[in-house]
Design a protein around this ligand. Sequence first.
Ligand code: NAD
Length: 355
Amino acid sequence: MTAFWAEPDFDAHECVQLVHDRKSGLTAIIAIHSTHCGPAAGGTRFWHYNDPAGAMRDALRLSRGMSYKNAMAGLPMGGGKAVILADEQRIKTPEMLAAFGDAVEALGGRYITAEDVGITEADMVAVAQRTAYVSGLPVAGAGNAGGDPGPFTAMGIFLGIKAAVRHKLGKDSLAGVHVAVQGTGSVGGGVARLLAKEGARLTLADIHSERAAGLARELGCQAVASDAIMSVGCDVFSPNALGAILDDAGVARLDCAVVAGGANNQLARPEHGVLLAERGILYAPDYVINAGGIISVTLEYLARRAGASADINEVRRRLAQIPGRLESIWAESDATGVPADVVADRMAQKLIGRG
Ligand code: NAD
């Protein structure tokens, strides 16, 4: 068996902790990639992995992505991520969440957690019974930011798609622009609703086909089978499900001018960014365009630590900076011929002191 530090995805992570609690049955990995910019912040994923090595890979890649994401968003946070290894039945108990909260608490604030795939706001409330190092908790009062990061992530992606359409297609309006949305959950559903409001033409897909069909009925658009969405002829392909979809076969199937969506780790390997560039497809680096949620989570966390509430206008102000950040990446990529993902990685590595 290969040691995890010999894995290609191990990137001098500061700490990788395996958590096992016999009483509750919790098995989790907490990966802290970098605390250069501040405590490592990133959500917890609850997922069934056929192979535990897949969970380790996810924790290593996602935590590095969080270092890049937080740095590029100008947040005073490092990068970390937790994965809870679900069993086949995906049984999640209050005892498991309590044990997970204890593990986060034991790290003394080096890692701050929040929601990710498979974890709800209610789960985070349960975790918060055991640790203060948590965010994405419900907030009361109009004008206060916080809670489920999904809608903030969706808003950032929507703004990023508008910027990509302007950059690649020279259009200031989304009216009639065809966007194929993969995944209609918290993020993808939110992106689709925002796009529909601006007159975009949508095609939706989800492995839970009823979810996509229901949203398509609501928005008056089309839904297709989940294995067909990547080859839909469109202006923008927006991946909002799981990662590593841009592999050899995935890139070859694309029939679009832009890839811009919220899924983490969309590129299966770095060479797939080169393939996209060679095909003339504009790519919005995932950790730049999908930073809206962590912006909200971070401001909520910092405000709560100071005994205050996060101001929604400050979250909106920071969300509005996402298009400009993408523009500067694309401008450098256009000027140098270096693919957009590599330009972004280099910028992020500099910011976390590894450039
Ligand atoms: P979610 O669980 O609410 O939604 C994901 C949706 O994708 C589900 O409806 C699921 O059925 C669908 N799906 C899964 N595999 C699919 C496939 N192969 N084809 C089509 N649909 C598929 O999760 P979410 O919070 O919307 O997150 C979506 C992605 O965005 C994830 O990669 C997540 O890591 C990333 N992300 C989320 C946030 C956030 O704030 N929630 C922030 C940053 C990044």
